[in-house]
Write a protein of this length. Structure first.
Length: 176
């Protein structure tokens, strides 16, 4: 059972710029249009736990829902999904350790944790088992940071690093 973060960030550790925009993710050309391993990653995932802000950002793209796995939408304020939404999304809330235990009991053992605030909350409760971080060669100078303050340090071991498209550096860490 693993709770895994798979996310892109700037060299200075931001996942969105000062305006909340993520257009900088298109700053590196991908001539083949490949998914850079995301499909392989998703094949090992049972469900996603996604924060409300990230959900709203994905919905705003105006594309078909991109996930073929159940998404647990973590929100204390959202009571229903947008009108006409057809993805497999369930609104969940509550204490994170109990939520993860409940999801594991339902057969969701490998969880993709997505969204900056959600990742920070999971880290604060020491509930992240793996980090797969893809660094883009850009300094945003501010915005939404991936990491927040922690009560104590957390150790991870380096598993693997790959260079993608000759510009992106993707590093995989597992909890020590």
């Amino acid at each position: 059972m693993s709770n895994i973060v798979y996310i892109a960030l700037s060299l200075d550790g931001y996942i969105a710029d000062k305006e909340g925009d993520i257009a900088w993710l298109e700053s590196v050309a991908n001539p083949d249009g490949g998914d850079l391993g995301f499909g392989e990653f998703m094949a090992g995932i049972d469900a996603l736990v996604m924060g409300r802000n990230t959900f709203e950002k994905v919905v705003s793209f105006g594309i078909d829902w991109p996930y073929n796995k159940p998404v647990m939408l973590l929100s204390n304020s959202l009571k229903k999904l947008p009108e006409g939404f057809t993805g497999d999304v369930r609104i969940v809330n509550g204490e994170l350790k109990q939520l993860v235990t409940s999801l594991n009991q339902q057969g969701y053992h490998n969880l993709y944790i997505d969204g900056g605030i959600t990742i920070q909350q999971f880290l604060a409760k020491e509930l992240i088992d793996e980090l797969i971080l893809t660094r883009f060669p850009i300094l945003l100078g501010g915005g939404a940071p991936l990491f927040g303050e922690l009560l104590q340090s957390q150790s991870f071991k380096h598993k693997q690093t790959k260079v993608l498209l000759n510009e992106l550096v993707q590093s995989h860490y597992v909890r020590a």
